[in-house]
Design a protein around this ligand. Structure first.
Ligand code: FNR
Length: 372
């Protein structure tokens, strides 16, 4: 269908499901074990209801914000996801162009299917890129990667900490595929990945991609190491409970992304929206010491606004952008941002706010039931 007929992120997913190859859909859509966290990530937003205020002027309504000081047209960024080429020959560059056109920020995955340089080359002059870091177990190799992206002009490092081993993603493991010409031009593995993975285990695509990553990261060792090799702002991606949010603040990082990897790692990790709610209730001071973001299951503008009410600076979105670039290339990415922008502005106006700064915890309420 023409892009103008797509009205929601769910519409985009429905189209992508019809056009993606079996292996791409298996990799993109998979989540761990019984996928409880995957589904609850999205459903958790349904427990939060608004307190809309009326009789407030909203004809001028501005949904823009800044993320680590960089302007973003809406409080949404593209969460780093591997292997965009599985879904579309232009791969990550579709996301770069779509983000550049609409003024949002792309976080580029360590496991992007194009080189970090090729992706940077697709930006427009004002367009910042963030970098998602999978830390290699060898500090020297990891340092090289960080220095490379800093030299290329990436603006921040998002250290992923929730994927020291891959989650059990059965849909992905079952899908035979050829990882050829995908990992930056080199053939990494051919055939069914069922056999890949150490210790006699079966890890699927993710297992092949993160096989050499550091499983022994600590606050004491890893954060000072990263600070010593880069001046860029550091965000910890994959905080899943309040205790680790506190430790991140104590470690002095610039931000945390509350995330369970879109339900692809530990099944029964709490939905990020619930973790955010707990932090808001128990440690509201944390929002003053670092920027807080969430990702996982965001599908509507109202989801974005709910997270912002509780103190999130912005929210990340993974799969919907992958689906959009797969089905329509860069224009699909632009369409996703247009849909979100319209939904966000509508929600803000109906809530009675004209700037994201005016959103606050008094505007949402958590109920203990789920709507049908
Ligand atoms: C991911 N994610 C991810 N995270 C990361 O830090 N490095 C990576 O390389 C990847 N790769 C990846 C591939 C695919 C196919 C998916 C779906 C996800 C996780 C991603 O950054 C983000 O946390 C989730 O996608 C957010 O959940 P939603 O928006 O997909 O529900």
């Amino acid at each position: 269908p023409p892009l103008s007929r797509l009205l929601s992120l769910a519409d985009m997913e429905a189209v992508a499901r019809r056009v993606l190859s079996h292996k791409a859909l298996s990799y993109y859509s998979s989540a761990s074990d019984d996928q409880i966290t995957y589904f609850e990530n999205a459903r958790a937003f349904s427990r939060f209801f608004f307190h809309p205020r009326i009789m407030r002027p909203v004809s001028k309504c501005d949904p823009s914000t800044t993320i680590l000081g960089y302007k973003s047209s809406i409080p949404v960024f593209i969460s780093g996801a591997a292997l965009a080429k599985l879904g579309h020959p232009d791969g990550e560059v579709n996301l770069t162009k779509g983000a550049g056109t609409t003024g949002i920020i792309q976080m580029v995955s360590s496991n992007a299917s194009l080189s970090y340089e090729e992706i940077m080359a697709a930006t427009n002059p004002q367009q910042p890129l963030f970098f998602q870091l999978y830390k290699h177990s060898d500090d020297a190799i990891a340092e090289q990667r960080v220095r490379e992206v800093e030299r290329l002009g990436y603006k921040s490092i998002w250290l992923t900490v929730d994927a020291i081993v891959p989650g059990n993603r059965e849909k992905d493991i079952k899908s035979p595929w050829i990882l050829e010409d995908i990992e930056r031009g080199t053939t990494v593995y051919e055939g069914s990945l069922e056999a890949v993975g150490g210790d006699g285990n079966v890890f699927g695509t993710a297992g092949a991609l993160i096989a050499n990553d550091d499983r022994d990261m600590t606050w004491e060792k890893t954060i000072p190491w990263l600070r010593s090799v880069t001046k860029l702002p550091i965000v910890i991606k994959g905080i899943q409970c309040i205790e680790d949010a506190v430790l991140a603040a104590e470690a002095g990082v610039d931000g945390i992304l509350i995330s369970n990897h879109g339900g692809r790692q530990l099944d029964f990790s709490l939905p990020p929206m619930e973790v955010l709610y707990k932090i808001r209730q128990q440690r509201p001071d944390l929002f003053d010491s670092l920027e807080v973001y969430i990702d996982g299951g965001v599908g509507r503008g109202t989801d974005v606004i709910k997270a912002l009410c509780l103190g999130a600076r912005a929210v990340g979105i993974g799969r919907p952008f992958l689906y959009a670039q797969s089905a329509y290339g860069a224009p699909g990415v632009v369409r996703i941002v247009e849909i979100l922008q319209r939904e966000i502005v509508t929600a803000m106006r109906l809530l009675g706010v004209k700037s994201v700064k005016d959103l606050g915890p008094e505007m949402v309420e958590r109920v203990d039931w789920l709507p049908r």
